[in-house]
Design a protein around this ligand. Structure first.
Ligand SMILES: Cc1cc2nc3c(=O)[nH]c(=O)nc-3n(C[C@H](O)[C@H](O)[C@H](O)COP(=O)(O)OP(=O)(O)OC[C@H]3O[C@@H](n4cnc5c(N)ncnc54)[C@H](O)[C@@H]3O)c2cc1C
Length: 467
């Protein structure tokens, strides 16, 4: 069977390796990559679980990369105000060049052919039995895609720096027209990622004027200047020429004839959840397993899509939530202390409990409790009770003025993400200003989670007992 893979990023190389491992000599695999200049330049967060899982499955690239990742625990939020660190949250990152290099070596050793340097398209390969389209998020496959709720007005640029930050570090700079945030994390002995994101207004404030021919130089100079203190003379590396906007997208059809989409070409999730590479690798593995077990290529491709669409959809929901948190940061920034902001960040996708916080970060826990106690609280008399997620009127009740009690009977992952999103979009602002009472009533076993929302400033009170 002849397979052509278009795109030699993690998804395409993952597909080539996994298909060869699954089908052996029955499969002839060629990977075509145009090798965009500078595309391998930066570091990617890869969860320790992903690397360990692939290493345990015998993937040579994972065994090679395992020793070259930068690992850390904790996260830090730095600004002109007080710096805050939150312990826990172990993570790893690897230079994309190392990951792609190791994957290319494994693909070659398994007998895949790698063809570099030219654009490729399905029509170029009339003899292929299957075409795996792994051309990434910027490819025009997305002109076919449904475009989901985006963060149109938020822009980012991806650099690296030769300053090594000790852990995942968010550097917040107030521009006078909104906050710019550098998302940084170490991925090598003298390297950190440096992704700067913020609203269009903040970018206008640091860039000034209209766009010109030397946008790349102007952009870099503006970022260097805005983050001069934290860069402390270190270099900003990369060839970015313009700002980009991120959108969460899902291609409506993942298979058309003999062509199947995988990785970012099929779905994208905001970079702040650091999951795009893992999704790409898992797509590739799933596709290969379905191709191995199915009676024909089309059935195998459809089986892969049926399994992976809901799984990647769950990660995209987290990405969308995280992107929304970052997009609404300017509104929250002036109302939360640095400690509250850090906790709001940690809990933005519905994760985090107060008992974990108390164990990992006792002094931060105590500070957050003290701050929550000092917040002004509006009267709760005559509160309207709504059940989440069952009650279709819950969103409208939270969006309207007046006290509300939200009753949560079943707290699963989807409820956590959905409720955090709803509270932030509707009530948070008034709760923080003491203008409104929004109480959360949960089962006793979920109290910890509800208290995490109280400390983050999303609700004004927590109760337990039969909702
Ligand atoms: C700012 C930012 C930060 C991120 N940080 C992380 C992170 O920390 N952790 C994480 O897991 N993910 C992160 N991601 C997401 C991650 O980069 C992607 O999810 C991942 O690279 C997807 O892999 P892919 O192989 O599907 O696509 P890509 O990595 O985009 O690879 C696509 C490949 O296709 C090639 N190609 C495109 N068109 C053609 C063509 N016509 N012919 C031949 N070749 C072609 C390209 O040259 C490229 O090599 C981040 C993304 C952004 C934007």
């Amino acid at each position: 069977m002849r397979f052509t893979v278009i795109g030699g990023g993690p998804a395409g190389l993952g597909a080539a390796i996994s298909v060869k491992r699954a089908l052996g000599p029955r499969a002839e695999v060629t990977v075509h990559d145009r090798r965009d200049p500078g595309q391998d330049g930066f570091g990617l967060i890869l969860s320790p679980r992903t690397v360990a899982r692939y290493a345990a499955l015998g993937f040579a690239w994972a065994q090679e990369v395992a020793g070259s990742t930068a690992s850390w625990g904790g996260l830090a939020v730095l600004s002109a105000r007080e710096p805050v660190t939150v312990a826990g949250h172990p993570a790893r990152a690897v230079a994309r060049s190392l990951l792609v290099g190791a994957m290319r070596r494994e693909a070659r050793s398994l007998g895949c052919a790698l063809v570099d340097g030219a654009e490729a398209d399905e029509a170029d390969f009339p003899d292929a039995d299957g075409v795996v389209d792994a051309r990434g998020a910027r490819h025009r496959a997305f002109t076919l895609a449904e475009v989901e709720a985006g963060t149109e007005e938020v822009h980012h640029v991806w650099y690296a720096t030769d300053r090594r930050f000790p852990c995942l570090t968010f550097v917040l700079v107030e521009t006078g027209a909104g906050v710019l945030t550098a998302h940084t994390y170490p991925y090598g002995p003298d390297r950190s990622a440096f992704i700067v994101e913020g609203p269009a207004s903040a970018w206008r404030a640091v860039l000034g004027g209209r766009r010109g021919p030397d946008d790349g130089a102007r952009l870099r100079a503006a970022v260097r200047s805005a983050f001069a203190e934290v860069l402390a003379g270190h270099e900003l590396l990369g060839a970015a020429t313009r700002l980009r906007s991120f959108r969460t997208r899902t291609a409506p059809r993942w298979r058309t004839g003999r062509r199947v989409l995988i990785g970012d070409a099929a779905h994208s999730a905001h970079f702040s959840v650091g999951s795009g590479t893992t999704m790409a690798l898992d797509d590739a593995l799933s596709l290969a397993e379905h191709l191995r077990d199915a009676p024909d290529v089309a059935t195998g491709m459809d089986g892969y899509a049926a399994v992976r669409r809901p799984e990647t959809g769950r990660v995209q929901a987290l990405g969308r939530r995280s992107a929304a948190w970052w997009a609404s940061l300017p509104a929250r920034w002036s109302e939360l202390s640095e400690a509250e902001l850090a906790w709001s960040l940690v809990t933005r996708t519905g994760q985090g409990t107060t008992s974990r916080l108390r164990v990992d970060n006792p002094s931060l826990h105590d500070e957050l409790v003290a701050r929550a106690r000092k917040r002004p609280v509006a009267g709760a008399g005559g509160a309207r009770a709504v059940r989440y997620p069952e009650d279709p009127g819950a969103a409208a009740a939270l969006a309207a003025p007046g006290p509300v009690e939200v009753l949560v009977d079943r707290l699963d992952a989807a409820t956590r993400v959905g409720l955090v999103d709803l509270l932030e979009r509707t009530a948070e602002h008034d709760v923080l200003r003491g203008r409104r009472s929004v109480a959360l009533r949960v089962r006793p076993g979920d109290r910890d989670w509800a208290e995490a929302q109280l400390l983050a400033g999303r609700v004004s009170a927590v109760g337990t007992g039969a909702p």
